[in-house]
Each structure stands twice: as C-alpha cells, then as structure tokens.
Design a protein around this ligand. Structure first.
Ligand SMILES: Nc1nc2c(ncn2[C@@H]2O[C@H](COP(=O)(O)OP(=O)(O)OP(=O)(O)O)[C@@H](O)[C@H]2O)c(=O)[nH]1
Length: 358
C-alpha cells in the first residue's frame, strides 16, 4: 500500500489549518477539529483503497443550508450568500495539507445520481461520458474514480467521498464496503460536531438579544486580557447601562422593554469592528470589549454609540445609556477583576454626572 507511508509523513492537518485556498474564497478561522477529521478520513480512505488521491466533494442544490453549513465548516470556509457553496477537498498523498477547490463537479454529480451505491469508473478515458473530462485529459491524468455518497440519517445527500488513481483499476469488495462505512462515520461525526458547536454557542449567547451572555463575556475578556499581556497591545472595555430602564418598563411594559434591549444591541454593534465583542452582563447592562484599542479610540466608540442612539427611532420615547471606559495601556499589567471594576466605576461616574446635569 503506497498511500499509508506517504500519508504518515504528514501527520495532522498542518499547523496553519493547511487548506490551500483559491483566490476570492473568503475564509474564517479554520476549525482544527474538523480539519483533523477531514485529514483522518481522507488518510483512512487512501490507506483502505490503496489510492494516492482522495477527494471529498460537497455538492450544491440537494441539501438544505444547515447541512451545507456543516460541511463548509470542515475547512473553515465562510458561507457568503451568493457565493457558490460547492467545494471539493483534495488530499494528494505525499503533499502537505488539503487543497480546497471548486473546479469541476460533473463526476461527483454523476455519482450523486445513484446515492444508493458506490459509483466506480475503472478507466475515465474509456468512459464516453468522461473521456474528455479535464481530470482524465489534463495534467492530473486521472484514470480511476470511485465515489461513495455521503448521506445523513435522514437520507439527505450531502456530498461524495471519492478515491482516485492514475492507473485503471477497480476496488475490491472489502474496500467498497469499508469506503461506504467510512463515509457514514464521517457524516455522523460532522453532524455531531455541528450539534456540539450549536450547543456551545447557545451557552455563550443571550437568548433575548443574540449578543454574548455573562459566560461568553468572561471567556472572551480572559482571552483578550491574556492576549494583551502577551502582545502588549492596548485593550479597552466599555460598560454600558441603560438610563431609567425601570421607569421605561413600568410605563410601557416588560415586552416593550425587551424590544428596547434588542434594538439597543443592534445599534451597539453598528460602529464596532468585527473583532470587538458585545455582551449582556446584567438585566440592562452591557459590556463591549475593544481589543487593540487605546483609550482615545474607545472614547471615540462611545461618542459614535451615543450619536447612533440619539439618531435612532425608538418605539415610545428616546432611550439613552451611560457608558464608562477602562483601558489597559500597551504593556500595562493589571489584573482581570481590576479592569472590570475600573470600567464599572467609570460608567457609574458618568451616570452620576448625567443625573446632576439633568
Ligand atoms: N424588559 C426587561 N427588563 C429587564 C430585563 N432585565 C432586567 N430588566 C429591568 O431593568 C431594570 C433595571 O433597573 P435599575 O437597575 O434600577 O436601573 P435603571 O432604572 O435603568 O436606573 P439607572 O441605571 O440608575 O438609570 C429593572 O426594572 C429590571 O426589571 C429584561 O430582560 N427585560
């Protein structure tokens, strides 16, 4: 078996997530666990079928979006509306990393027509449907192709797991059965991972507003605080409290108060960078983490937020907030709790001053 030793020279998914990306395909942070899963499955498929090339194809059209999402997470590919959501992940034994492409799906589309069985083409150059196919004729010179459909338990077809070779051949029956089982395991793992991620997201999210909850905030602030200690970059924290919210609730009712909190969160997010983080840390109290932001930048964000809230169309009456800033300057060492305390104090000071001015 030539695939196994070559594959073993490349343990893991590669240090940087290792998926070579085509230009124009935006990507999010690669998910290491899914990357490792993809690496392991393609390794096993290659070893089992003694194949030098393994490909996982995510097809479009047959699946609903959540299923496409599960597979797209595989290489950390961001889902953009309007972007072609079909993907192929190629594992060439002897090469490091997994290559992501969206080149040609005709072979896999053809295999998807018979999802109940493995499609095997012993020699592409002798098959009239594919004799002029780029994969058979191009520099890749592929001859053998076998694909097993990847279906979830509900029977939705998600894509294909394929093995390829540069010489004509056929699979043996144990290889066919093994490949089929591997594809089933792969899909089961993907779905498990997706469910786990959804649950994890829920435990860190405030259900009313969709921003982070207290747990999400603590986790993120610790991460950013550690990053500050390592990199020495400035880190700012905003504490924001809705003014007179009890009175708003008492006057217009609790559901109206809920609507205000949701709208407020939408507005809070508008002037922020993607790397900033909003969380609801109390009933009417919010925090915004601003990584790599000095005090002057954080004050600017507060000004923008205030301007946005003033210009907003509120359902019953204008809503205002008091916001305090605490900043860890580059290189400043301060413990986690003190930073929170400083932001809280700054917020209460502003609230107090506003009340005096009113
Ligand atoms: N509608 C709604 N109200 C909430 C929620 N959580 C907390 N509250 C209310 O938020 C109000 C907070 O009141 P206070 O802490 O007295 O603050 P405040 O009235 O905004 O007064 P200041 O902060 O001093 O301006 C209370 O009436 C809570 O019942 C929620 O999820 N929805």
């Amino acid at each position: 078996m030539h695939a196994a030793p070559e594959g073993q020279q490349q343990p893991g998914f590669g240090p940087a997530g290792a998926a070579a990306r085509l230009p124009g395909h935006p990507v999010s942070e690669p998910d290491e666990r899914l990357g490792q899963l993809l690496w392991n499955v393609t390794s096993l498929a290659g070893m089992l079928c003694d194949a030098p090339i393994v490909m996982v194809s995510q097809l479009q059209g047959q699946f609903d979006c959540t299923e496409i999402g599960a597979l797209s997470l595989m290489a950390g590919v961001a889902l953009d509306s309007g972007m072609d959501q079909r993907r192929q992940w190629w594992r060439l034994f002897g090469q490091s990393g997994i290559v992501c492409s969206a080149a040609d799906f005709s072979l896999c589309e053809s295999a998807a027509l018979t999802p109940e069985r493995i499609t095997e083409i012993s020699d592409l150059t002798l098959d009239q449907r594919f004799a002029h196919h780029g994969m058979a004729r191009g520099p890749t010179g592929l001859r053998f192709y076998a694909a097993t459909p990847m279906q979830n338990q509900r029977g939705d077809l998600l894509g294909t797991l394929c093995v390829l070779d540069r010489k004509p051949r056929l699979l043996e029956s144990h290889q066919r059965n093994g490949l089929h089982l591997l594809a089933q395991q792969f899909i089961a793992q993907l779905e498990l991972h997706r469910d786990l991620q959804m649950l994890q997201r829920q435990t860190l999210t405030d259900p009313l507003t969709g921003v982070g909850n207290r747990r999400g905030f603590d986790r993120r602030l610790r991460e950013e605080w550690s990053r500050h200690l390592r990199s020495g970059e400035a880190l700012s924290l905003l504490m924001i409290d809705v003014d007179m919210f009890k009175q708003y609730n008492d006057t217009y009712g609790h559901p109206a108060g809920d609507d205000v909190l949701s709208l407020l969160c939408e507005l809070l997010r508008m002037p922020l960078r993607a790397s900033d983080f909003v969380a609801r840390v109390g009933g009417d109290e919010f925090a915004v983490i601003l990584p790599n932001t000095p005090e002057v930048g954080a004050e600017l964000v507060v000004e923008r937020i205030q301007a946005m809230l003033q210009a907003a169309q509120w359902p019953y009456c204008p809503v205002s907030v008091s916001a305090g800033v605490a900043t860890l300057s580059p290189g400043e060492v301060c413990d986690f709790a003190t930073l929170l305390q400083r932001a809280d104090q700054a917020m209460y000071m502003r609230k107090h001053n506003r009340r005096k001015d009113d």
